[in-house]
Design a protein around this ligand. Structure first.
Ligand code: APR
Ligand code: PHB
Length: 394
């Protein structure tokens, strides 16, 4: 079997790349380990940057996103029992859209299959070969049969636990583990606020988010190796009420829980994001803590760069865009890594920190919610930085 681009992983990165390549007449095959139902229903991120929405529209998957996505013009920071709004639209002219990652994945899978795309689920034993030649190969098992795929390029879009990153010799890794996790719930309850609420409380961080006018998504900071069994529903609701409480009577609406899980928080950046004809994208190369809502947006930004670089290769035999991929991608990755670290430290209570750190975080929250310069900085990072190659902050 032969294709132009072999894509490992059907997350947002792999699916969107395959779709963008298809629109430019470039052929690809996607190999995914899980089944379709699993990837379409796994509850993950939910905030799309301004440019992410535009990219998905350009990819031809904007219809349901435009009708069901919730456009937000700002967000709320809550601390010391008071609410403070950051007005994205006024500060940056940009907005964000709340739309679940699994909805993006469903739309992309449907678009790939409608266009006759070759997308294989439940593929196991994926192994990469000859990456430093111009005829790389992927071997795998599918439906009980061994398979082999020859390509011009292999894209490692197989997430943090995938196999591709391990194929990059001399890989350098930068890492930070945070001493806490997030307990996330999905609840069949109308959101209690129009916008997201990021709250700092002495008991820890809490986030109020949503998926639709009838479904609320919320998170609580919990100890690093917390057992979900320690959190019966009543305890979750009680803690959410406590951490989100305000002096002007904020009321949190409860509802039956549809999903409940714990995720540890980490920052991870691997470089280079390429080796020979292998290029990494998304979580395969970097992870950010979810506090800045950057994970899926970074995956999509990587893929934009890759789609452009591969189109340059196929139309004009340009190698320079591919050669520059790591440098351009990492500029955004490190900005997002800093932003996510900054939001995380400002909003969480660290069990190892002292009273001094607590005061620093509160001073920073006061600054970011009252200074126009500082709130503009939050707003421009949150709504998303420009895409142009070599963009600057001027
Ligand atoms: N072979 C084939 N597929 C694999 C393999 C493998 N060896 N290992 C992993 N996969 C698949 C996973 O099952 C998953 O569907 O690769 C896919 C990777 O998708 P994601 O983890 O969603 O990663 P990515 O597309 O980069 O999207 C990043 O995911 O974790 C969130 O916050 C993150 O929103 C961000 C997004
Ligand atoms: C979510 O809705 O899942 C969500 C929103 C904002 C974040 C993280 C997760 O920062």
């Amino acid at each position: 079997m032969r294709t132009q681009v072999a894509v490992i992983g059907a997350g947002p990165a792999g699916l969107l790349l395959s779709q963008l390549l298809h629109l430019q007449g470039i052929d690809s095959v996607i190999l995914e380990r899980r089944d379709r139902d699993y990837v379409e229903h796994r509850v993950r991120a939910g905030v799309l940057e301004h440019g992410t929405v535009e990219t998905l529209r350009e990819a031809g998957v904007g219809n349901r996103l435009d009708s069901e996505g919730l456009r937000h013009e700002g967000t709320e920071l809550r601390f010391a029992r008071a609410a403070h709004r950051i007005d994205f639209a006024e500060l940056t002219g940009r907005t964000i859209t709340v739309y679940g990652q699994q909805e993006v994945v469903k739309d992309l899978i449907a678009a790939r299959l409608d266009a006759g795309g070759d997308l294989r689920f439940e593929v196991t034993a994926v192994a990469l070969h000859d990456l430093d030649t111009d005829r790389p190969r992927v071997t795998f098992d599918h439906q009980g049969e061994p398979g082999a795929l020859e390509a011009d390029f292999v894209i490692g879009a197989d997430g943090f636990h995938g196999v591709s990153r391990r194929q990059v010799p001399g890989l350098r890794v930068y890492e930070r583990a945070y001493p806490f996790s997030w307990l996330g719930i999905l609840s069949e309850a109308p959101p209690s606020s129009q916008e997201l609420i990021y709250a700092r409380h002495a008991n820890g961080f809490a986030l109020h988010s949503m998926r639709s006018p009838t479904v609320t998504r919320m998170y609580l900071q919990v100890p690093l190796s917390e057992d979900i069994a320690a959190w019966p529903d009543e305890r979750i609701w009680s803690e959410l009420h406590t951490r989100l409480a305000t002096d002007d009577g904020f009321a949190l609406t409860e509802g039956p829980l549809l999903d409940k899980g714990i995720t540890p928080m980490r920052s991870f950046v691997a470089t280079p994001m390429q080796h020979g004809r292998l290029l990494l994208a998304g979580d395969a190369a970097h992870i950010v803590p979810p506090t800045g809502a950057k994970g899926m947006n970074l995956a999509i930004a990587d893929v934009r760069l890759l789609s452009h670089a591969l189109a340059g290769y196929y139309t004009e035999r340009r190698e320079d865009l591919l050669a520059d991929y790591t440098d351009f991608a990492l500029k955004r990755v490190w900005r997002a890594t800093h932003f996510s670290w900054w939001m995380t430290t400002m909003l969480h209570t660290d069990p190892h920190d002292d009273a001094f750190s607590e005061q620093l975080a509160l001073a920073q929250l006061d600054y970011v919610t009252t200074s126009r310069a500082m709130s503009t900085s939050l707003a421009e990072n949150y709504t998303g930085l420009p895409y142009e190659r070599g963009w600057s902050y001027r």
